[in-house]
Design a protein around this ligand. Structure first.
Ligand SMILES: O=C(O)CCC(=O)C(=O)O
Ligand SMILES: [Fe+2]
Length: 338
């Protein structure tokens, strides 16, 4: 597959069983071959998207001192403001690059911590209260309401994933009903100086979770995905679409039959370096104690298990420890797609 397929999910959202089956089949092909697909007919209003972007732009235009008042916590998880120069996505795949040219603002679950996780390390890592900039209540409202609009969309797509895998449509429900998803608005600003060698807006990486739902602008210096034949191709989405890609957890859940694919955000050409780009990214993650194991019946039987069954929270902790270890400069972090 040398392009990202566009899938209209409108009729699958009406509950029609045949339509769900058709959409699931298209998703299965995309996830097996390229790990990316775009969706239209998803029902999320443009006004919702515009609102979050407007708040984010106004925030990013503020002085750095103001932005850093809600700076990222020491755990380097997806909360608060991350300034330009403090992340390099490619670190997460063991590649040392100059820092990525973007700034962002992240948040985690809006729902409070499930009772059984209270007082455990998982509470801090997955359910740390969100950070909000001072005196801009509209910012919090816009972010939370966008996050809320992604929750049912992600659950619907996971239902289609289950069908695509030959499972009961509700298979994932109990594994995502206390999900730990995060969201980030990323601003790739104009580039006043040429990037350093090897420096990108966003270095190559795979996302970590189950599913990423991305609202990106088709601006110069955009998203690219690496196809199985080794080509980097531009991921273009028509204005109303979301780009979706699966993350490492879904790849693991399918015993590597679905691909969590490498992607990156390139620099604009020098003559267009004054044009910024904004992305709103929802990273869907399952429950802390969801066991990630490839069930017999979908792909499990025909290929030896590539991973031992393990809980999502433990996999995440392990990955976090490794990426911290790899980080030579404590201002940089490799955690991508979270
Ligand atoms: O901005 C984009 O288009 C992609 C961002 C991305 O890949 C990520 O945040 O994981
Ligand atoms: Fe990503």
């Amino acid at each position: 597959m040398e392009e990202v397929p566009v899938i209209d999910i409108a009729s699958s959202l009406t509950g029609d069983a045949q339509a769900k089956k058709r959409a699931a089949e298209e998703i299965r092909r995309a996830c097996e071959e390229i790990g990316f697909f775009a969706i239209t007919g998803h029902g999320v209003q443009d006004s919702q998207i515009d609102l979050v972007k407007k708040q984010a732009h106004a925030f990013f235009a503020r002085p750095l001192e103001f932005k850093e008042l809600s700076g990222q916590p020491p755990e380097k998880i997806c909360r608060g403001y991350t300034r330009v120069g403090s992340r390099a996505f490619a670190y997460s795949i063991g590649k040392k690059t100059p820092p990525d040219l973007n700034e962002s603002y992240g948040m985690g679950p809006v729902d409070s911590v499930p009772a059984h996780l209270k007082g455990t390390p998982a509470e801090r890592l997955f359910f740390m209260p969100n950070y909000w900039p001072k005196d801009i209540p509209q910012f919090k409202t816009a972010f939370e309401s966008y996050y809320r609009s992604m929750e049912p969309l992600a659950a619907h797509l996971l239902g289609l994933f289950a069908l695509a895998l030959g499972l009961d449509e509700r298979y994932f429900d109990t594994r995502i009903n206390q999900h730990t998803s995060t969201m980030r608005v990323i601003y790739y600003g104009p580039q006043e100086e040429p990037p350093e060698p090897g420096q990108l807006r966003g270095g190559e990486h795979t996302d970590f979770g189950t599913l990423t739902i991305l609202k990106a602008e088709n601006a110069p210096g955009g998203l690219e995905v690496k196809t199985r034949s080794g080509n980097w191709i531009a991921v273009k989405a028509e204005p109303g679409a979301f780009v979706c890609n699966i993350g490492d957890i879904m790849m693991r859940w399918t015993n590597n039959h679905w691909i969590s694919n490498l992607h990156r955000v390139t620099n604009p050409p020098p003559e267009l370096s004054n044009i910024g780009r904004t992305s709103v990214v929802f990273f869907h993650n399952p429950n802390v104690d969801a066991e990630i194991r490839c069930e017999n019946g979908f792909y499990g039987a025909e290929r030896e298990e590539q991973y031992p069954p393990e809980k999502f929270g433990d996999i995440y902790l392990n990955k976090q420890m490794k990426s911290q270890h790899m980080t030579t400069d404590d201002k940089k972090t490799g955690s991508a797609g979270v």
